[in-house]
Ligand binder design. Structure first.
Ligand code: PTJ
Length: 267
């Protein structure tokens, strides 16, 4: 595979680097084909958000960090895209929150699980649940391969974090009485709508912020209690959708919001 050289001055260099990471890990089998498609969908929603972590996402991040730190058996569920984009942050967050890390794939195969294991081990993960036959329990409500879970991890968890997820599993986990934290750029997705705490943000921006928030809130039990009490996911989602609406209205007034050099008005 020849690596694509991204010119540093390219206006979308950062976004292209993220794509390259996914493509590279697709060739290493960690990322599913559909993971590339999912990323494109995420990028489209990121444009609508202005490619920034909104105030509402920051509130959800503080709440998610509080929830993970307060949980008795927190688990971070990892798929191909998450392992490719934020392996270090997954491991750091798991350490601070004393959470287990479990590999759980929609397009499940042992080859992919092992490729993801390698990525996370490189990032410093000591223990990784859900690989191969270790995912010996089943979530009966689910038809997809995501139903195979580790009895020491997702099955027993009280709080599960699911970055880039499918809605049906979020729903099934919530129905099992678990609190589900989702990271999803699309506030309209089933995952976003069904999760207990929805972080509408790019996983590459949200994860470092989650690590920082968890570090700050670690010894702050009372602060965490208040954060959890004051958060309303439905209101947060409504405000996020309103923010997109207002942003689009303001851009619509301008029509062209990026100016062109040597602009000609002749057609
Ligand atoms: O690795 P696997 O086999 O578990 O498969 C993972 C994918 C992502 C392919 C699988 O879960 C899937 O098909 O997901 P969906 O239904 O396409 O949903 C993915 C969601 O993630 C969409 O709502 C996207 O908008 C969102 N998304 C994509 N990239 C990002 C993102 N959200 C946050 N950060 C991103 N970088």
């Amino acid at each position: 595979m020849t690596k694509f050289e991204i010119p540093p001055e390219h206006p979308r260099a950062e976004s292209l680097h993220i794509r390259e990471k996914l493509i590279e890990n697709f060739h290493r089998k960690a990322v599913a084909e559909a993971g590339l498609i999912a990323h494109g969908r995420g990028e489209a929603f990121d444009y609508l958000l202005g490619e920034t972590t909104t105030r509402h996402a920051s509130d959800a991040i503080m709440t998610a960090a509080s929830s993970l730190l307060t949980a008795e058996r927190p688990v971070i569920s990892v798929n191909g895209n998450t392992a490719a984009l934020v392996p270090n942050e997954v491991v750091q967050l798991a350490e601070i929150a004393r959470a287990k890390i479990e590999v759980n794939l929609f397009y499940r195969s042992l080859e992919r699980e092992l490729a993801i294991k390698e990525l996370l081990a490189k990032a410093g993960a000591q223990e990784l649940l859900g690989i191969g036959l270790e995912a010996s329990a089943k979530i009966s409500e689910l038809g997809s391969e995501r139903r195979h879970v580790d009895p020491r991890g997702i099955l027993a968890a009280d709080v599960v974090m699911v970055p880039l997820e499918d809605g049906d599993r979020t729903e099934a986990l919530v129905n099992m009485g678990k609190k589900v934290i989702a990271i999803d750029l699309n506030p309209l997705s089933r995952t976003s709508q069904k999760a207990t705490i929805t972080i509408v943000d790019n996983v590459v921006r949200a994860m470092p912020r989650l690590v920082k928030a968890a570090t700050e809130l670690e010894g702050e039990k009372e602060v965490r209690r208040k954060i959890l009490l004051n958060f309303d996911n439905t209101r947060n989602l409504a405000e996020t959708i309103t923010l997109i609406q207002q942003r689009l209205s303001s851009l619509a007034e301008k029509g062209r919001y990026l100016s062109l050099e040597n602009e000609s008005r002749e057609f």
